[in-house]
Design a binder for this molecule. Structure first.
Ligand SMILES: C[S@@+](CC[C@H](N)C(=O)[O-])C[C@H]1O[C@@H](n2cnc3c(N)ncnc32)[C@H](O)[C@@H]1O
Length: 200
C-alpha cells in the first residue's frame, strides 16, 4: 500500500491472523460496525476478503479523517462512507448492524468510554450477531508478557485514563449489557480476540 496514507505496522502484521478468525465468525451476510477504524488498513483488508459483508468504518470526530484517504483510494463497493462516532456521545449515528469489530481501542479509551461502547453495541447487536474486540488484555490482574507490561506503563505515562484492561472486567461489563464472552482466542504478539454474543 502506498506510503502516503497514514500507516500502522502493527495493523499490517495483525490483519492476516485477525482475518482468519473473522472469516469463521462473520459467516453470513450483514453489516459490520467498526469502532475506531484508525488508518483504515483493517477495513480495506477485511472488506476485500469478505465481500459478503458491508463494512461501516467509524472513528472519533477528531480522528475520522485519518482513514478517509485510504478508503477513498480502495474504492471498494462494500465499504460505506466513514462516519464520525465518539462512543461516549449519544445518539450513535448507526442504528443497526449484524456484526461489530474494534481493534486496539479498549486500552486507549477511558473506562467510561469502554462501558459506553459495550452498552451501545449490546443494545443494537442482534441475537445471531457477534462483537469481536481485538487487543492486549490482562488476566486476573497479570500481564501476559513483559512487552505488554512495558506498553501499559507507556500508556499510563502518556495519559492516566489509558491502560490495558483486565479480561475479567470486560467480561463482567459485557454480562451487564446482555453480552456473553463466547470465545477468547490467543493471537500473535500477546494479543487476544474476544468474541461476545447476545445472551441466549
Ligand atoms: C490505537 S488506535 C487503533 C486504530 C485501529 N483500530 C488499529 O487497530 O490500528 C485507537 C483508536 O481508537 C479511537 N478512539 C479513541 N477514543 C474513542 C472514542 N471515544 N470513540 C471512538 N473511537 C475512539 C481512536 O480515534 C483510534 O482510531
Amino acid at each position: 500500500m502506498s506510503a502516503h496514507f497514514p500507516y500502522s505496522q502493527a495493523c499490517e502484521n495483525n490483519k492476516a491472523p485477525i482475518l482468519e478468525r473473522l472469516r469463521e465468525i462473520f459467516d453470513t451476510p450483514g453489516r459490520v460496525l467498526e469502532v475506531g477504524t484508525g488508518t483504515g488498513q483493517h477495513a480495506v483488508h477485511f472488506a476485500q476478503a469478505m465481500p459478503h459483508l458491508q463494512w461501516q468504518p467509524t472513528d472519533h470526530p477528531h480522528a475520522v479523517d485519518t482513514c478517509r484517504p485510504r478508503l477513498a483510494h480502495a474504492a471498494l463497493p462494500n465499504i460505506l462512507p466513514a462516519l464520525e462516532l465518539d462512543v461516549a456521545t449519544s445518539p450513535w449515528p448507526v442504528e443497526s448492524f449484524t456484526w461489530a469489530f474494534s481493534a486496539n481501542t479498549a486500552h486507549i479509551m477511558a473506562w467510561e468510554e469502554v462501558e459506553q461502547m459495550f452498552r451501545n453495541i449490546g443494545e443494537r447487536l442482534p441475537k445471531d450477531g457477534a462483537f469481536c474486540l481485538y487487543g492486549p488484555f490482562n488476566y486476573q490482574g497479570r500481564y501476559t508478557s513483559e512487552s505488554n507490561r512495558q506498553f501499559d506503563q507507556h500508556l499510563k505515562a502518556n495519559a492516566a485514563h489509558m491502560g490495558i484492561r483486565d479480561m475479567e472486567d470486560i467480561r463482567t461489563l459485557a454480562e451487564g449489557v446482555g453480552l456473553t464472552l463466547s470465545e477468547d482466542h490467543t493471537m500473535p504478539a500477546n494479543n487476544r480476540l474476544l468474541v461476545f454474543r447476545k445472551h441466549s
